[in-house]
Design a protein around this ligand. Structure first.
Ligand SMILES: NC(=O)c1ccc[n+]([C@@H]2O[C@H](COP(=O)([O-])OP(=O)(O)OC[C@H]3O[C@@H](n4cnc5c(N)ncnc54)[C@H](OP(=O)(O)O)[C@@H]3O)[C@@H](O)[C@H]2O)c1
Length: 241
């Protein structure tokens, strides 16, 4: 055990923060893309607040890094559960929604509020679901065939890579993160720990029986802001600090 004072006493301006969260250079990648995952969590490991939403957990520091991570990405991966629950707005960065069932409501803001300035979201689904996709969804989104009956996440990310979208940011939720970990498709985890106790049963990873052996991560960075601890973990020993 070491006391190496991980909390820096230096205030980070926007440029310094961007440097701290810089995606490693491509020569450090083992694939043609980089997958960064960003989550916020309470001290007791809850990933949703009282209303079942993550935004109620957020602090100013979390919001700052959340926005920065978005700006640094080419595409935002999100599970359909999170999209439905958090009712994402259309974003200047393309969204890539992962869904097996393709049960998406046209009233979701990502579709209903999309203007000409917004990029059409990708919907990564199965060929079976695509056969029955409604016309409005074909207009509002680009459907990507990622497997016959199940979404093959490798294939899904290859579709994005082929479009030049190689800096991928996954904003969850737990089901999608679990599947990405199972497929060994996570390069790094940005985990913000906010100083609250929530008492919710929703955790970062949801897997019957757990991971055996556990997924091991390497801490690469710790920042602190008014009690919020912002961590950065690598899933491999190959990331530049
Ligand atoms: N604290 C945080 O930072 C944070 C971040 C994200 C989410 N959340 C919270 O997490 C909760 C949502 O959890 P969740 O586990 O339901 O979220 P999720 O992973 O976003 O959504 C699960 C759904 O996504 C689709 N999906 C995920 N992985 C898939 C795969 N490999 N293949 C095919 N489809 C896949 C399926 O959609 P279909 O059912 O359409 O087939 C599945 O039912 C919300 O309350 C949200 O607020 C918190």
């Amino acid at each position: 055990m070491r006391d190496d004072a991980p909390f820096t006493a230096t205030e980070l301006d926007d440029d310094a923060l961007a440097t701290a969260y810089r995606v490693p250079d491509r020569d450090r990648w083992t694939r043609d893309f980089w997958v960064r995952v960003n989550f916020v969590m309470s001290l007791d490991g809850a990933i949703v607040g009282a209303e079942g939403l993550s935004k109620s957990l957020g602090t100013d520091a979390d919001t700052r890094v959340f926005r920065l991570a978005r700006r640094m990405s080419d595409v935002i991966l999100v599970g359909a559960g999170t999209l439905r629950m958090e009712d994402y707005r259309p974003s200047p960065r393309p969204l890539a929604i992962v869904t097996r069932r393709l049960d998406l409501d046209p009233g979701l803001r990502v579709f209903a509020e999309r203007g000409p300035e917004h990029v059409r979201p990708f919907v990564m689904t199965t060929s079976r679901a695509m056969d029955d996709a409604p016309e409005w969804l074909r207009d509002q989104a680009e459907l990507l065939d990622c497997g016959a009956d199940d979404v093959d996440l490798h294939r899904a990310l290859d579709h994005l890579t082929a479009r030049g979208l190689t800096h991928m940011l996954c904003e969850g939720g737990p089901a999608l993160l679990t599947h990405l970990l199972e497929a060994e498709l996570v390069d790094e985890l940005l985990l913000t720990i906010v100083p609250t106790l929530v008492g919710s049963d929703e955790h970062l990873v949801r897997r019957a029986g757990g991971f055996s052996p556990p997924v091991r991560l390497q801490l690469t960075q710790v920042l602190e802001d008014d009690g919020t601890v912002l961590t950065r973990y690598s899933t491999r020993n190959r990331m530049a600090p």
